[in-house]
Design a protein around this ligand. Structure first.
Ligand code: MTE
Length: 323
């Protein structure tokens, strides 16, 4: 795999998009100027353009059904080797290309997404295709909280509590046919609300894929909440995938369709830049990305760097998938 410089990368992709140097420069600048704290404080105080602080992060009121979900019982099987990332940092440092490539601004632009009503169609090679509205999922899926590590291919990491249910429970509900080999995930296409979707060089809508065996793995999780409340829009409301042993780009946000298929589906990043983003995308510290060494990772709140673990530390759960 050839190593591209920032200019070449921008030329080819227009993004992911933020070349490492620009991203580090921006963070270094904000940090050096003592501005990360100030920026967060300004956001919390409602100084950000077009939003008013807290209401930009959370829906103001929980619906009656949502009230039955939170707080969800924590599943103690999944433990962390590091402290949880502070919520206000995780909520202000996001990747959501539908809205903007500037992580610190996603939170503002994502508020334009209308998430009520919302439905997820689960279809394809299944015996009982079904469209679930969010309340169907909240009422029928086994909700729990899980603490997971999250590792972005850009070498930043966080550790957060998700609320949701195993993807396997949803797939079991529609009864996959024996001919199904893969699962294809699709996000929304709403370029009037999501200005980033006007970037014509990206293959919208955002799509992702897993093998059926990966999707059925106990770790594959559909999140409807984070930090004990429904997902804020910047984290992929109202429902997103979380695949903690793979790089973060596999964890598609704001899913509208899940389709069982008998081929390896095309995916957003693999289509945009196949030399940089492979389909499988398992976290592997020994295989560098052309622009980011994967040997270490940086926690987004403390700035602490740590050695990256094979499969992001989830080897015991997923090793047999790749034997
Ligand atoms: N899903 C959609 N629909 N669009 C995106 O741009 N970015 C991915 C993933 N899911 C992305 C997405 C990437 S690169 C990462 S690292 C995570 O979302 C970031 O999740 P977070 O913002 O909740 O931390």
């Amino acid at each position: 795999m050839s190593r591209l410089n920032d200019r070449e990368v921008r030329k080819i992709t227009g993004g992911k998009a933020t070349p490492e140097s620009a991203y580090m420069d921006r963070r270094r600048f904000l940090k050096g100027a003592g501005m990360i704290g100030l920026y967060s404080a300004a956001l919390a105080a409602g100084c950000s353009p077009g939003t008013s602080g807290r209401e930009a992060d959370l829906p103001l009121e929980l619906s009656e059904v949502e009230k039955t979900v939170y707080p969800a019982r924590r599943n103690d099987r999944y433990v962390l080797d590091r402290p949880l990332t502070r919520e206000e940092i995780a909520a202000r440092y996001n990747n959501f290309y539908e809205f903007t490539e500037i992580k610190e601004d996603v939170r503002v632009h994502a508020q334009k997404l209308v998430i009520r009503p919302w439905a997820v169609e689960v279809t394809g090679l299944v015996r009982r295709p079904k469209t679930f509205d969010l309340d169907d999922l909240r009422k029928t899926m086994p909700m729990e909280e899980r603490l997971y590590r999250h590792r972005c291919v850009e070498a930043w990491a966080m550790a957060v509590p998700w609320t949701g249910f195993p993807l396997k429970a949803l797939l079991d509900a529609v009864q996959p046919l024996s001919s199904a080999t893969h699962v294809r995930f699709k996000s929304f296409y709403k370029p009037f609300a999501a200005q980033g979707q006007l970037a014509f060089w990206y293959p919208w809508p955002y799509t992702e894929g897993l093998t059926l065996a990966e999707a059925m793995n106990e770790l594959a999780f559909m999140a409807v909440g984070i930090y004990g409340h429904p997902l804020p829009k910047q984290h992929g409301a109202p429902v997103r995938l979380v695949v903690p042993w793979k790089y973060g780009f596999k964890s598609i946000k704001s899913a509208v369709r899940i389709e069982l298929v008998d081929y390896r589906p095309a995916t957003f990043w693999n289509t945009a830049q196949g030399l940089e983003y492979d389909f499988t995308a398992n976290v592997n510290p020994t295989v560098p990305h052309p622009r980011w060494s994967q040997a270490r990772e940086k926690m987004i709140d403390t700035g602490e760097t740590r050695p990256t673990l094979l499969y992001n530390g989830y080897e015991e759960y997923v090793r047999r998938l790749y034997a």
